[in-house]
Design a protein around this ligand. Structure first.
Ligand SMILES: NC(=O)CC[C@H](N)C(=O)O
Length: 191
């Protein structure tokens, strides 16, 4: 099973390392034809307006949406969450719009307001997950088929809609592979 990591900007190397720890082969995705061979895709954190611009420049926008609509699972972290959202508060920036969630960018303030927190995530077991939030968004609202998987200080920070998973934090920056494994199980169930 080959997993793609969108490698236009942001923390893609760290996701690849994490996938390696999970025993999974990965490829950096920069070209539409690279979407053919992958079973799932991770969209890393970074800067969502930049990622949106680069998706256009690299002619990846439409092929990616097509592939996702045809069944490819996607895991978006931080800026990747914003890319997955149908609605982004106070912004008309380009997005994939695959999840019925409303994202609020930079919701915790500026870069200096980055923080770590222990999250209770039922689907990962009883041990809390250490989460790193860097200029993070949160999910203001989930609609229709989207479900909330984790909340921090009353704000939604992890959500799933079928094969799409969105985290407001950076799961690739700790040693804990459980959330990547959770995504890989979604991919396996779609293969
Ligand atoms: N760490 C991140 O991915 C930050 C996201 C960034 N603040 C944005 O709005 O796109």
């Amino acid at each position: 099973m080959l997993i793609g990591v969108l490698a236009l900007q942001g923390a893609f190397i760290e996701h690849q390392k994490m996938l390696g720890k999970c025993g999974i082969e990965s490829v950096q995705v920069r070209k539409p034809e690279q979407l053919t061979d992958i079973a799932g895709l991770i969209i890393p954190g970074g800067e969502s307006t930049t990622i949106g611009k680069l998706l256009n420049q690299f002619s990846l926008f439409e092929p990616l949406i097509d592939k996702a609509k045809n069944g490819m699972p996607i895991f978006g972290t931080c800026a990747g969450l914003i890319m997955l959202a149908k609605e982004i508060k106070n912004s008309n920036q380009p997005r994939l719009g695959l999840m019925d969630i409303v994202a609020e960018r930079n919701a915790y303030g500026r870069q200096v307001d980055s923080f770590e927190a222990d999250l209770e995530i039922e689907c990962l077991g009883s041990q809390p997950l250490r989460a790193v939030f860097i200029r993070a968004p949160y999910i203001e609202e989930v609609n229709n088929g989207a479900e909330v998987l984790a909340v921090h200080n009353k704000k939604i920070v992890l959500a799933r809609q079928g094969r799409f998973l969105a985290a407001a934090f950076h799961p690739e920056l700790t040693e804990d592979t459980r959330l990547h494994d959770y995504f890989l199980n979604i991919v396996k169930s779609c293969c």
